[in-house]
Ligand binder design. Structure first.
Ligand code: FAD
Ligand code: NAD
Ligand code: ISD
Length: 426
């Protein structure tokens, strides 16, 4: 059995939702677009899962955060897809792809063929087992990638109120979940191997601000070590976390956020991969001219910095998705994807934004004993990256504009003195 479409998107996450909206804006006729997704629900704004979804009071729930509300665009409900003649094949994993025949085979045995394929399979959470550890299947060990994980985390949190949690990993998931756990009245210990939190992105000085803030909320940090094993009771629940440094942390629950792997396996051996993702050109087209890739799974040329990157953030998923649709539907009118990396987070009353690249010398500015401070990264005499905590909408916009311009920086002391003023003048 088989069906044929002009456009098929494999994966039904953030990028798929934004691509669907763009297809309709560009007038795709009904019946030409199909989205196949392992998830049983239409695309939603994944960032909500570690923020509003975990709140103890008035939590965010679907359908309120279907794409594309995160970019203040239309909310695409199942009815919307239906009205636009977009075929949603949900709860269905694609188990193999044949790029020569231009077909996908689903786990239900259906063959779906395409003229153009967009790979939007995102990424999966790394499991402890991949680091030689065990215990991921214990009933109070939680990961967070999709709605099913979020529902599980909510249930485990609700039965741990007043108790303790250990958060493994000091990256984005670790920091955002730790904040949510605190808000749910759970005492948190964070464990990670680096010297400070968010080591992939921020400086020790910025990290120290956030760690102090978290400590003021009762969070304990255990750094420079990793988990060695869990103590699991006869009911299959973790009761304590043992660390390599010899310490033992009794706990009611565990959250694990130790990074991701892009979902490339369908195409390994068929398409060129680079930096862990599907390699695409400036039109987001893979080594096969009928196949494109966007979002977390795509390694694309970052024109601004003259190198290829794979990014794991929602803005890049949204913008690459919009661009790919333009590149497919109007190839002659569409230039190369020219993206300024943008990452952000919001926890407690904190809120930061980052633009560009975090390489080169770092100049901090602002008031680290107050609420508004930031940093610039200067590489080869040019400003290439910027970070701001507690900025206004206008300040963030200014920072984004200035970072894209990569202005020359002659005097680092002067840059430090000017702080945000430098971006305003750029
Ligand atoms: P995804 O949104 O992950 O979608 C991939 C889809 O493909 C999924 O539906 C998956 O089930 C499906 N799929 C995979 N393989 C198959 C297959 N074989 N067959 C069928 N379907 C398949 N970024 C930020 O910038 N800010 C944030 O605050 C932020 N918060 C986040 C919070 C959480 C909890 C998580 C997990 C991520 C967060 N991110 C954030 C990252 C952001 O959500 C991702 O960068 C974004 O979702 C990537 O979009 P995507 O469409 O590429 O992948
Ligand atoms: P991450 O890469 O941000 O952090 C992984 C962390 O795992 C590292 O900081 C490290 O401390 C830790 N780690 C690695 N190996 C370990 C080990 N063996 N034992 C203990 N700790 C170990 O990944 P994440 O936090 O899992 O986030 C997953 C994905 O979700 C990422 O793609 C991220 O971009 C995305 N996300 C983004 C946001 C945001 O942008 N605000 C929020 C949530 C999630
Ligand atoms: O996707 C990302 C991310 O989360 C980062 O911190 O890319 C960056 C790089 O790792 C650094 O620019």
């Amino acid at each position: 059995m088989g069906r044929a479409f002009v456009y098929v998107i494999v994966g039904g996450g953030v990028a798929a939702g934004y691509a669907a909206l763009e297809f309709t804006k560009r007038g795709v006729p009904p019946g030409e677009l199909c989205i196949v997704s392992e998830e049983p629900i239409p695309p939603y704004e994944r960032p909500a899962l570690s923020k509003g979804y975990l709140l103890p009071e008035a939590p965010a729930r679907l359908p309120s955060f279907h794409t594309c509300v995160g970019a203040n665009e239309e909310r695409l409900t199942p009815k919307w897809y239906n009205e636009h003649g977009i075929e949603l094949v949900l709860g269905t994993r694609v188990k193999s792809a044949d790029v020569r025949r231009k077909t996908l085979l689903t786990a239900t045995g259906e063959t779906i063929s395409y003229k153009f394929l967009i790979i939007a399979t995102g990424a999966r959470a790394l499991k402890l087992e991949e680091f030689g550890l065990s215990g991921s299947d214990a009933e109070n060990v939680c990961y967070l990638r999709n709605l099913a994980d979020a529902n599980r985390l909510v249930n485990v949190m609700q039965s741990s109120v007043g108790g303790n949690a250990v958060v493994i990993g000091g990256g984005y998931i670790g920091m955002e979940c730790a904040a949510s756990l605190v808000i749910n009245k759970i005492k948190v210990t964070m464990v990670f191997p680096e010297a400070h939190c968010m080591a992939r992105l921020i400086t020790p000085k910025i990290a120290s601000y956030y760690e102090d803030y978290y400590k003021s909320k009762g969070v304990t940090f255990i750094k420079g070590t990793v988990l060695s094993s869990f103590d699991i009771d006869s009911n299959g629940k973790v009761v304590a976390v043992n660390l390599k440094d010899g310490s033992r942390l009794p706990t009611d629950m565990v959250v694990v956020g130790i990074g991701i792997r892009p979902n490339t396996s369908l195409f390994e051996g068929q398409l060129t991969l680079e930096k862990g993702g599907i390699k695409v050109n400036g039109k987001l087209q893979s080594s096969n001219s009928s196949i494109y890739a966007v979002g977390d799974v795509a390694t694309f040329p970052l024109k601004l910095f003259g190198e290829t990157r794979r990014l794991e953030h929602v803005d890049s998923a949204r913008k690459s998705a919009r661009h790919v649709v333009a590149a497919i539907m109007e190839p002659d009118k569409t230039g190369e994807f020219d993206y300024l990396p943008f990452f952000y987070s919001r926890v407690f009353t904190l809120s930061w934004q980052f633009y560009g690249d975090n390489v080169g010398e770092v100049i901090h500015f602002g008031d680290f004993s107050g609420n508004t401070f930031g940093a610039y990264w200067v590489n080869k005499g040019h400003l290439v990256g910027s970070f701001l905590e507690g900025g206004t909408k206008e300040e963030y916009e200014t920072l984004a504009k200035a970072t894209r311009l990569k202005p020359a920086v002659e005097d680092l002391d002067e840059l430090e003195r000017q702080g945000l003023g430098f971006a305003l003048a750029a």
